[in-house]
Write a protein that binds this ligand. Structure first.
Ligand code: PMV
Length: 322
């Protein structure tokens, strides 16, 4: 059905350059584990917050040569790299004519592949820029599905604010897409603690697969998500910052616990990661409503109230607030 829907769309670009921005997103209730590795279908729902101005801007145009050219932050991506192949395969799956190739130019204002959802905003910006190039007339859920096929969490990067990705049940994934949620938390500030911008030792794709296959704790993960999801929505509904932070933090730690119980273990923590966790727990013990979350990388994302930013900056250095 997806292929059919795309065949009804224009075959030729409607302009020379398609362009779009997509924000990065951070999950407060994590996506960890797939029920379909090819279609990126998750085992559970997940819930994220988008990062405003932090994200990816992509420009795409037709390339007259018989190949794609990909520039990431001004650097040409080698044609024999895994990243180039992943992107080209994705373009092949959505392009209207096998003879068309593209120049793709992406700039990101956050570290690439360091657990800061660079693939999420990257694929979402690519799909949006593609839709702009061809002037696609496609409903948002379908755009979200296309983003998901590029990188699971990209399906949540089409919107700002809080977003939920519905896992769906269908084998073809047509009911697995994200949608914006009606909550706001004007108080919320997100601080990025970049402890390492190095490429991660194991991709989230591989780490997820290993967790689902071997983690003795994975059995409890879907239950944890169901419980946390219901509770965090209630906290968002009540504008309850403290509970929202507690739930997001425990959900991230539960996700990392499933990874630690894999064989061999997946550990994204660096000593600096754990040191910041302790600083945050100490600040909390002293009465401050401050929390963290962490994805498939060593970097910590702080969840705090806007009014506490200055104080937290005095306690923890080099936080990039978004
Ligand atoms: O979409 P992926 O394959 O980059 O996986 C993202 C996984 C986490 O960032 C750890 C959790 C999430 O929900 O974003």
């Amino acid at each position: 059905m997806l292929a059919e829907l795309l065949t009804t769309q224009p075959k030729k670009p409607s302009k020379l350059v398609g362009e779009a921005f997509a924000p990065s997103n951070i999950a407060l209730i994590k996506y960890w584990g797939k029920r379909d590795l090819i279609l990126n279908l998750p085992i559970t729902n997940s819930l994220s917050i988008s990062l405003g101005e932090k994200g990816a801007r992509t420009r795409i145009s037709l390339n007259s040569a018989n190949q794609n050219t990909v520039l990431l932050n001004g650097h040409l991506i080698a044609h024999d790299s895994a990243f180039y192949k992943r992107l080209s395969d994705f373009l092949d799956s959505i392009k209207p004519d096998p003879q068309q190739f593209y120049n793709v130019e992406t700039t990101m204002n956050l570290p690439v592949a360091a657990g800061l959802a660079s693939s999420a905003c990257g694929f979402a910006a690519l799909v949006k820029a593609f839709a702009d190039l061809y002037n696609w007339d496609i409903p948002e859920p379908i755009l979200s599905i296309l983003c998901r096929m590029g990188s699971g969490s990209a399906c949540r990067s089409l919107w700002q604010g809080f977003v939920e990705w519905h896992a769906g049940e269908r084998a073809d994934g047509l009911d697995s897409f994200a949608a914006p949620l009606p909550y706001t938390m004007p108080d919320l500030a997100i601080g990025l603690c970049i402890l390492s911008s190095a490429e991660k030792p194991i991709s989230s794709r591989e780490a997820m697969r290993r967790t689902v296959e071997t983690s003795t704790l994975y059995e409890s993960w879907p239950k944890q998500v169901m419980f946390d999801l219901a509770e965090i929505k209630q906290a968002l509904e009540n504008q309850d910052f403290h509970n929202m932070g507690c739930i997001a933090e425990r959900n991230a730690l539960a996700m990392h616990a499933t990874m630690l119980a894999t064989a061999p273990a997946v550990c994204y923590f660096l000593p600096e990661t754990v040191a910041i966790m302790h600083k945050i727990w100490k600040l909390r013990a002293e009465g401050l409503s401050v929390f963290f979350t962490e994805d498939a990388g060593p970097n910590i994302k702080i969840l705090a109230r806007q009014t506490d930013i200055q104080f937290i900056n005095q306690q923890i250095e080099s936080i990039d607030w978004v």
